[in-house]
Design a protein around this ligand. Structure first.
Ligand code: SF4
Length: 532
C-alpha cells in the first residue's frame, strides 16, 4: 500500500463536498469501481447515482475506487478513496462500466488487486464481483467468465431486492448465495444461469430516484457544473444507438423534480448541466430552461437535436453562457441519414447552424460517423460539403463560432437494428478520415477523430462472445500491440466479431438477454435501413 496513494486520496477528499464517510462496523462494505480515472469517472452521473443509492441503505458502506495511469504503469493495486482500503477488504466489488474499452481496465484492476480473475477460481473468502452499465446490459458475454453477477438494466430496480440477500449470505457458502441472487430480476449469474433470458430492468418513474451530482469536486471534466439527469432513453430510435436501445422506454423527470434538484444544485454551483440522451425533447423543456434562468442558473445541455431546435432553448442557453453547442448530423448524405433513421434533412442541419450563429457561442461541435454500412467516398464528400456550408453560415453572420468536427467510426452495437452489420475495414476508415481531415483542416475546421484501431477493439467487445475473455485475460501490456499479441495467442477471430456481416438467423452471443425489443422488430428496422 503506497503512502503516496493514501496522501493523494486524502487530498482529493479534502477538495470534495458530499463524500460519504461511514464506519464499517456491521455494514456490508461495497467498493464502487469506475474502471477509468477520477477525472473522467466523477463526471459520470451513473457513479453519483449508484453511490447515493447504495449509501442510502443503513447496512451498507459504499466507497469509490478509480483506475489511474500510475496504477496501470506500475501495476499498483488501487485503494478506495474514502478509507484508503485495498479491494480485498471489501465484501463486494461493484464495477460501473460506461465504455467497452474499459473492459481492459476491469481485468487490470482485478489482476493488480490480487483477486482471482475468473469467477470459478473465487470462493466465499473473496469479494463478490458484480458489474453493470449500458454495454454490459447490451452484451455481458465478454466479461461473463470474470464476474459472479452482471446487472442487466438500471440499478434502481435491481439493487433493492439484491441487498437483503447479499447482507444475509455474503460471508457464507458462495454457491448458495449466487443461486439466490441469480433468481432476482435483472441478474445474470453466468455460473448459475438457468437458460431463461434475463429481462432488462428499468425504473418506471424516474421521480422516485433523483439523480444529480452527489459529490462536488473541481478535479473532474465537468467540475464547474452541478449535473442533473433530465431523462433516459430517446424517442428518435436511430438504428445504431445504444443509448436508445438500452435505456428504452423514454422517460423524463417531472419539471417539479428537476426544479427541486436545480435549487439544491445552485447552492454549490452557478451552472447546471442538464444530462440525458434526449434532453431537448422533454415536453416542458422551454419552461424548464426559462425557469432555471430566472433562478439565476448558467446552463449547459449534454445534447441538442438538430430538429426540433427550439429558439427559446437556444436563447436561454446563450443567456446562460453556454460556451459550446453540440449537434449530431451523424452522416453527410441524405441516403446514409435515412439508413440510420436520423430523421433530419440538410436544410434542418443548416437552419440549426444558422440559429447557433445567432447565439454567438464560441464552439459548435458537429458529430459524424465514418464507415457506416454501404458508405462510399462520395458520402464522405457530402460530409465535407455540408460542414463547409455550415462554416459559410457562421462566417457570413460573423458569429465568431469555431467548428470542431468529431468523427467516430461506426461500431455495431448489440441490441440495435444494425447489430448484424459489420464495421468497415481499418484501411477504409483511415482513408476516409484522411479525406475529412485533409479537406477541412486547411479551411480552419478542427477535426478530432477516434482511433479506428481502438474502435475495432470496441467492436470486438460490443459483439463478442465469452471467448473474448480469454484474450482480455492474456493481455500483458495495455496497448494495441499488446492486444494483438493476446488475440494471436488466443486465436480470437477479430474479423468475425468486428468486420463480418452476420445472417439474421445466426445465434447471437447475447441471446441470453431479453432487452424488451423483439428480434422481429430489429430485423424489420434492419431491412428498412438496407432498402433505403
Ligand atoms: S437522437 Fe441521439 S440519443 Fe436519440 S436515438 Fe438518435 S443518436 Fe440516440
Amino acid at each position: 500500500m503506497g503512502w503516496d496513494e493514501i496522501k493523494k486520496a486524502r487530498s482529493r477528499l479534502s477538495r470534495e463536498e458530499g463524500a460519504i464517510i461511514r464506519d464499517w462496523g456491521g455494514r456490508v462494505p461495497i467498493a464502487l469501481i469506475y474502471p477509468n480515472s477520477y477525472y473522467i469517472g466523477m463526471s459520470c452521473l451513473g457513479v453519483h447515482a449508484i453511490y447515493r443509492l447504495l449509501n442510502s441503505y443503513g447496512g451498507v458502506v459504499c466507497e469509490r475506487v478509480f483506475w489511474e495511469r500510475e496504477h496501470q504503469a506500475r501495476r499498483l493495486s488501487p485503494l478506495s478513496l474514502e478509507s484508503q482500503r485495498p479491494l480485498s477488504d471489501f465484501a463486494v466489488l461493484a464495477f460501473s462500466i460506461s465504455y467497452e474499452v474499459d473492459y481492459i481496465n476491469v481485468v487490470e484492476i482485478l489482476k493488480a488487486s490480487g483477486i482471482p480473475l475468473y469467477a470459478a477460481d473465487r470462493d466465499g473468502g473473496h469479494p463478490l464481483v458484480i458489474a453493470g452499465g449500458p454495454c454490459v446490459t447490451a452484451n455481458p458475454l465478454p466479461l461473463s467468465p470474470f464476474f459472479d453477477l452482471l446487472c442487466i438494466g438500471e440499478a434502481e430496480p435491481i439493487v433493492p431486492p439484491m441487498l437483503p440477500v447479499l447482507a444475509e449470505g455474503i460471508g457464507g457458502e458462495r454457491g448458495g448465495l449466487l443461486g439466490a441472487l441469480a433468481s432476482l430480476p435483472g441478474i445474470y449469474a453466468p455460473q448459475h444461469h438457468s437458460g431463461t433470458p434475463v429481462v432488462r430492468q428499468w425504473a418506471k418513474d424516474l421521480d422516485d430516484f433523483p439523480v444529480a451530482s452527489t459529490i462536488l469536486t473541481r478535479d473532474t471534466e465537468l467540475g464547474g457544473l452541478y449535473l442533473v439527469e433530465v431523462g433516459r432513453g430517446c424517442n428518435w430510435g436511430c438504428r445504431f444507438c445504444l443509448a436508445s436501445s438500452t435505456f428504452s422506454p423514454t422517460r423524463f423527470r417531472s419539471m417539479g423534480s428537476l426544479i427541486a434538484q436545480a435549487e439544491e444544485g445552485l447552492k454549490y454551483r452557478g451552472r447546471l448541466g442538464l444530462v440525458g440522451p434526449d434532453v431537448a425533447d422533454h415536453p416542458q423543456i422551454e419552461e424548464i430552461v426559462v425557469r432555471l434562468r430566472q433562478m439565476g442558473a448558467g446552463l449547459s445541455l449534454s445534447s441538442l437535436r438538430v430538429r426540433p431546435l427550439s429558439r427559446i432553448v437556444l436563447r436561454e442557453l446563450a443567456k446562460g453562457e453556454a460556451q459550446t453547442i453540440a449537434l449530431a448530423p451523424e452522416a453527410g448524405s441524405p441516403r446514409l441519414r435515412r439508413l440510420i433513421k436520423k430523421g433530419i434533412s440538410e436544410d434542418d442541419i443548416l437552419k440549426a447552424i444558422d440559429r447557433v450563429a445567432e447565439m454567438g457561442v464560441k464552439q459548435l461541435k458537429l458529430y459524424f460517423m465514418i464507415g457506416l454500412p454501404s458508405e462510399t467516398d462520395e458520402d464522405i464528400e457530402e460530409i465535407i460539403r455540408l460542414v463547409i456550408s455550415g462554416k459559410s453560415i457562421l462566417d457570413r453572420k460573423q458569429s465568431g463560432t469555431r467548428i470542431i468536427l468529431k468523427a467516430a467510426p461506426f461500431v455495431p452495437k448489440a441490441g440495435t437494428p444494425l447489430q448484424w452489420l459489420p464495421m468497415a475495414p481499418l484501411a477504409v476508415l483511415n482513408h476516409r478520415l484522411s479525406l475529412v481531415k485533409n479537406s477541412l483542416q486547411p479551411k480552419g475546421i478542427k477535426v478530432k477523430s477516434e482511433s479506428p484501431a481502438w474502435s475495432e477493439v470496441q467492436a470486438v467487445f460490443a459483439r463478442g462472445g465469452a471467448d473474448v475473455a480469454g484474450a482480455l485475460a492474456a493481455l500483458e501490456e495495455v496497448s494495441l500491440s499488446g492486444w494483438r499479441k493476446a488475440v494471436a495467442k488466443c486465436q480470437l477471430d477479430v474479423d468475425f466479431y468486428a468486420h463480418q456481416r452476420w445472417p439474421t438467423g445466426q445465434r447471437l452471443p447475447w441471446v441470453i438477454i431479453d432487452s424488451g425489443t423483439k428480434k422481429g422488430h430489429l430485423e424489420l428496422e434492419l431491412n428498412r435501413a438496407l432498402s433505403g
